[in-house]
Design a protein around this ligand. Sequence first.
Ligand SMILES: Cc1cc2nc3c(=O)[nH]c(=O)nc-3n(C[C@H](O)[C@H](O)[C@H](O)COP(=O)(O)OP(=O)(O)OC[C@H]3O[C@@H](n4cnc5c(N)ncnc54)[C@H](O)[C@@H]3O)c2cc1C
Length: 411
Amino acid sequence: MDRVLAKRRDPSRRVVLLEAQTIGWAASGRNGGFAEASLTHGEQNGRARWPDEMDTLDRLGSENLDALERDVTELGIDAQLERTGVLSVAYEPHQVRWLAEAEHGTFLDEPAVQAEIASPVFRAGRFVEGDSALVHPARLAAGLARAASEFGVEVFEHSAVLGLSGSGRGPVEVRVTGGRTVRTGQVALATNVFRPLLRRARLSTVPVYDYVLMTEPLTPAQRDAIGWRHRQGVSDLANQFHYSRLTADGRILYGGYDAIYHAGRRVRASYEDRESSYRTLASHFLTTYPQLEDVRFSHRWAGAIDTSTQFCAFYGLARRGRVAYAGGFTGLGVAATRFAAETMLDRLAGADTERTQLEMVRKRPLPFPPEPFAKIGIEATKWSLDRADHREGRRNLLLRTLDRLGLGFDS
Ligand SMILES: Cc1cc2nc3c(=O)[nH]c(=O)nc-3n(C[C@H](O)[C@H](O)[C@H](O)COP(=O)(O)OP(=O)(O)OC[C@H]3O[C@@H](n4cnc5c(N)ncnc54)[C@H](O)[C@@H]3O)c2cc1C
């Protein structure tokens, strides 16, 4: 997205995109497709961290989602974008209470939520329209790449950046596989969950694996049994939450719950093949939608999420303002990466904008600790979050301490 925006801002600028593998092979091509307006991983997280600028963040987030939708239309991208809204559902009495007390959207009691989607475990819901869109993520990524090429962006796939060098005020030298070097005045780094190219960003995130199942297209009888006429995205309120949605061709995408971290911040294709996570998801799917017990799963996949301690993106500048970076989208980057691209371009231009003035943009979150403390801390936090889910949301001493320090772990 930053490449399209860069060319749009200055068509005479030469823009080169260096991609280690192929565009859209990573999270952008395999996520749940919930494009959310929130730049802060939800209202509650944003209000707790940046209370004074939350109204601005809300407005900028909504404008960003609207702009994403406009881009999709104007660039002619067939991303199957639908603005169906999101239904948050409660399984437990304390979650019903949370939903009843929330201000945004419409509260649905048990009969009302079941009239929308017939699940015996949904005890209440809250429907929020307008703050989200559903997209086909791989089509979005491919469409943006195509648009970038049409704008004149030079796209080089299978071109991993090995490092940056160059000193003083001269060009930044970007070392690429195959002994190639790109010399440039400005660099925007968008490496997401992969090894950061700047040492200072190495402890800022941890990769967390998220797992997804996809059913075959539902038959008319299966659709009748479940309802879901309004095609809302669905998400529950547990710390270890699930998300589900209908695709354009009438399948159910069902993901979430397990959030698996491998010590040493490792990202490996073999971690995607985790039988126990898929089995757990399948059993949760059947508990949620028991009338679909005869439906078959046709696809399953996983991907790594770049989790930051503040649950949303952080921003930085290096090399005298010639290298901008953003990361830490924590499972909510479909729309937020667009905002990050605009923000990185503002900062590279040295522009003073509403975006660059945000405390959220100017301040860096606390890092995760190095190993072995990262692994130990994350496992203890996950255990505590699971316990909270089964104890009416009550948070133990560890979680309360992390809350006070503004630290956390989420997917
Ligand atoms: C299973 C799953 C479900 C998700 N669901 C949602 C969702 O429903 N809603 C939502 O908002 N978010 C979701 N997310 C998160 C979202 O997908 C990401 O936040 C977003 O796609 C990040 O986009 P990106 O372009 O920064 O990163 P990526 O899509 O990971 O792209 C980064 C690219 O950088 C390349 N790269 C890395 N290092 C180098 C290097 N040194 N040289 C050259 N290239 C390099 C990689 O090859 C990769 O292609 C989900 C993520 C996963 C894994």
